[in-house]
Design a protein around this ligand. Structure first.
Ligand code: GLN
Length: 244
């Protein structure tokens, strides 16, 4: 199949509430890297009380505790559907607050626990310290191996069972500042604390997610054509190992 005959559908979950530090840049990157190849993108913005349809990729950004509270109760209405989507191979990307809601729960400091979707076998508890700064992660599934971004969270996330980290923290704090893990993955569900936004400076991860979404839709592995990523790669490389 020619790339111009391909299509993916992307659901953007609650962008009016969870879109901290320009997480919208991840959607722009996914859309652009498809459009530059002639791949059609069906973009579905999902708001409070909206119905969910099947999508190839679901994205949710970060937000303050207050916005997370609002979204958490809404997301729970769709837990069974989204679990089924996960098990059908749909791709999920959650950033920070969105990532936390992929787990079993997020326990803020002085507020009631927020129940998550349990798409990842993970949980988050509020820490005393806010982790703020650049992060470099080394993965074992991307080429190049590195992911770079910016973290700003007080939540401490702990992974369990078959949920594995995206990689090991080389610079920064990652999931909890203790176990050197960064992010979480189970099946095609990916969560990370990396804002920045993440995908514009990690184009190889953007393409990895698009290829997974195409595989979910068409039932076969599809290798994307190469784009001229000179600027993105220069930006990525300039941030590797950078703390502040
Ligand atoms: N409220 C959460 C925390 O502070 C998530 C913040 C965010 O999305 N940047 O850990």
């Amino acid at each position: 199949m020619e790339e111009r005959d391909l299509k993916i559908s992307i659901a953007h979950l609650y962008p009016k509430l969870l879109n901290l530090y320009g997480d919208m840049g991840n959607i722009i990157t996914l859309k652009k890297r498809c459009e530059w190849r002639g791949i059609t993108v069906e973009y579905n913005e999902i708001g409070i009380n909206d119905k969910f349809g099947e999508n190839d990729l679901y994205f949710i950004g970060g937000g303050q505790d207050k916005q997370q509270e609002e979204v958490a109760s809404e997301l729970l209405k769709h837990k069974d559907f989204l679990t089924q989507e996960r098990d059908n191979g749909a791709v999920f990307l959650g950033i920070c607050g969105g990532y936390q809601l992929f787990g079993h729960y997020y326990q803020p400091f002085d507020k009631p626990k927020l129940t998550g979707l349990s798409l990842l076998d993970a949980y988050t508890v509020a820490g005393k310290k806010r982790f703020i700064g650049n992060v470099t992660v080394e993965t074992d599934f991307l080429n190049p191996k590195t992911l770079v971004g910016f973290e700003n969270h007080s939540g401490l996330t702990y992974l369990q069972g078959d949920t594995k980290p995206l990689g090991i923290v080389k610079v920064g704090n990652g999931n909890n500042g203790e176990d050197k893990t960064a992010g979480g993955r189970y099946k095609n569900v990916f969560g990370t604390y990396l804002h920045g936004s993440l995908l514009p400076k990690n184009p190889h991860f953007a393409d990895y997610l698009i290829e997974l979404a195409l595989e979910k839709r068409y039932g076969e592995k599809i290798k994307l054509s190469k784009l001229d990523d000179e600027i993105e790669t220069k930006t990525h490389n300039s941030l590797i190992g950078k703390a502040y």
